[in-house]
Design a binder for this molecule. Structure first.
Ligand SMILES: [Fe+2]
Ligand SMILES: [Fe+2]
Length: 215
């Protein structure tokens, strides 16, 4: 009985941390997209970004409401300083690199990791993720199509060089996020996920995305 209670407390704490992280990331994405609207290359891109700002705002609202109900300690897990550094990183990128970093890494790999948690989650958390995860599919599709368009508009040699550089960019950003030092894999483990399985799903997803881009 006591073991059960201890496990429940550990699950609750870890899921709470993952929810706080997801909400902070959504808020970050909302701000990064809002900051890009004015300089986006065309109207389609501007409208897509604007729609996403609305979606992320809705996700933040849904998650905050659920976290309160679930009794989560809402203290941010990413420090203000780390967020500011990330913000500066994104602000300095050209459109193509912005799309690569935001959509391939933060949106696609990030939401893939969240997807992996869904079958392990309690019913309330699962329900809180339903609408956000549906929207994330749209966001990834938008980012991928914009990235394909941006690459297609480049001279062949530049397109090739950019494509070649993408796996390295992905790894750099993943390393950079790792440097923030959050025990994210421990949280995943504490909600019942397996580190190796999670990492392998993420590599698979990355390879799928790279194939889609190169096609
Ligand atoms: Fe979101
Ligand atoms: Fe999103």
């Amino acid at each position: 009985m006591q073991i059960q209670a201890g496990e429940d407390a550990r699950y609750h704490r870890a899921m709470g941390n993952l929810l706080v992280l997801y909400t902070q990331v959504d808020q970050f994405i909302m701000e990064a997209c809002a900051a890009r609207i004015a300089s986006a290359p065309d109207e389609k891109a501007r409208l897509g970004l604007a729609k996403q700002v609305g979606d992320e705002c809705r996700h933040v609202t849904i998650q905050k409401r659920w976290m309160q109900q679930f009794g989560v300690d809402a203290t941010p897990v990413i420090s203000a300083q780390a967020l500011e550094q990330l913000k500066q990183h994104f602000a300095g990128l050209d459109w193509t690199d912005f799309l690569t970093d935001l959509y391939l890494v933060i949106e696609a790999l990030g939401s893939q990791a969240v997807e992996e948690v869904v079958p392990l989650a309690d019913p309330g958390t699962r329900e809180s993720l339903r609408i956000p995860l549906q929207d994330e599919l749209d966001h990834v599709a938008f980012g991928l199509s914009q990235l394909r368009e941006a690459l297609a508009a480049m001279p062949a040699a530049e397109r090739e060089a950019r494509l070649q550089a993408i796996p390295g960019r992905i790894q750099n950003l993943v390393d950079r996020l790792g440097d923030i030092g959050l025990p994210v894999f421990d949280w995943f483990a504490d909600v019942g996920s397996n580190r190796e399985a999670l990492v392998s799903v993420l590599y698979q997803r990355r390879d799928e995305l790279l194939d889609k881009l190169a096609a």
